[in-house]
Design a protein around this ligand. Structure first.
Ligand code: PDD
Length: 278
């Protein structure tokens, strides 16, 4: 029973969604990806709060209370044979006919969850870091909504794959925004810098946690706009997400970042993060 659809737990292969679902036709829905360590959903409340905010932003009534969401997720987690999991959760506006961009008068949201083994970064990626490229951010102006309409993110990530690297860093109007599916931090002169939350980026649950850990451990940090020039001359660049945790970007557009290896502040944060997880 690796999945859940509209009230029913079942093997993934037994589940299907009608072709008239607005998620399929319009990308009309939102999602979350929640990591589970040792069968405990990690930072679940913030994920459920962000889900509620995404649903409100696209005017879908939240189909469940926080307590109901928690019960569904805990039941799904219990059914898996593995301890570390990633829970994908998606809500769409539901099935409607005829096809019409505007909201249907009546539709029941489609709720889908899928459990997979959690794939955290390979040890080699933690030790050696990863490479990234940059691209212009061509997305819309509400990237704070965790929407399933991800065409621009898909093209950005494929740009990384085509370049033989792990992630694409997005720049808009000369400023660092985020990655195709991650947030980006920069270290300059011992100061950890994070771009400020806005409608132009998704505020990651991991982003919030990294800033929390920086505060807790007395690491100098600042949330402020970061220019492309500051990114390109950074001592360290990191990427964060629920599945990637914290990874050092050691090459940007083929140029080494700092001395081309994960830096000391990265290593400290990685340790803090691992310690916090357990
Ligand atoms: N993506 N920015 C974007 C555009 C993202 O897609 C993600 C995560 C993040 C990091 O958010 P968090 O720390 O809450 O995972 C930032 C998830 C992992 C995904 O698309 O599967």
């Amino acid at each position: 029973l690796t999945a859940y659809l509209n009230g029913r737990f079942a093997p993934l292969g037994d589940l299907s969604v009608p072709v008239l679902d607005r998620g399929f036709l319009f990308g009309d829905g939102v999602y979350e990806m929640i990591p589970v360590y040792s069968r405990k959903p990690f930072r679940l409340d913030p994920h459920l709060e962000r889900l509620a905010a995404s649903l409100a932003a696209i005017r879908i009534a939240n189909p469940h209370t926080q307590a109901e969401w928690r019960r569904i997720i805990e039941t799904l987690v219990r059914h898996q044979p593995f301890d570390d999991q990633s829970i994908y959760l998606q809500v769409t506006r539901g099935v409607a006919y005829p096809r019409n961009h505007a909201f249907p008068a009546e539709a029941t949201p489609t709720v889908f969850l899928l459990a997979d083994p959690l794939r955290t970064p390979l040890p080699a990626q933690v030790v050696s870091g990863i490479a990234a490229v940059t691209q212009a951010d061509v997305r819309w102006l509400r990237c704070d909504i965790k929407a399933i309409s991800l065409l621009a993110n898909v093209l950005a990530r494929q740009g990384a794959v085509d370049a033989g690297v792990a992630e694409t860093v997005l720049l808009r109007d000369g400023l660092l925004i985020e990655g195709s599916a991650s947030n980006i931090f920069v270290v300059r002169d011992g100061m950890l810098l994070a771009p400020p939350p806005s409608h132009l980026m998704l505020t990651g649950i991991t982003y919030d946690l990294v800033l929390e850990l920086a505060a807790r451990h007395g690491m100098p940090h600042q949330v402020r706009e970061i220019t492309e020039a500051e990114l390109r001359s950074a001592d360290e660049i990191w990427l964060t997400s629920s599945s990637k945790e914290v990874l050092a970007i050691v090459t940007l557009d083929g140029t080494p970042v700092g001395n081309g290896a994960p830096g000391p502040i990265y290593k400290a944060m990685y340790q803090h993060y691992q310690a916090f997880k357990t």
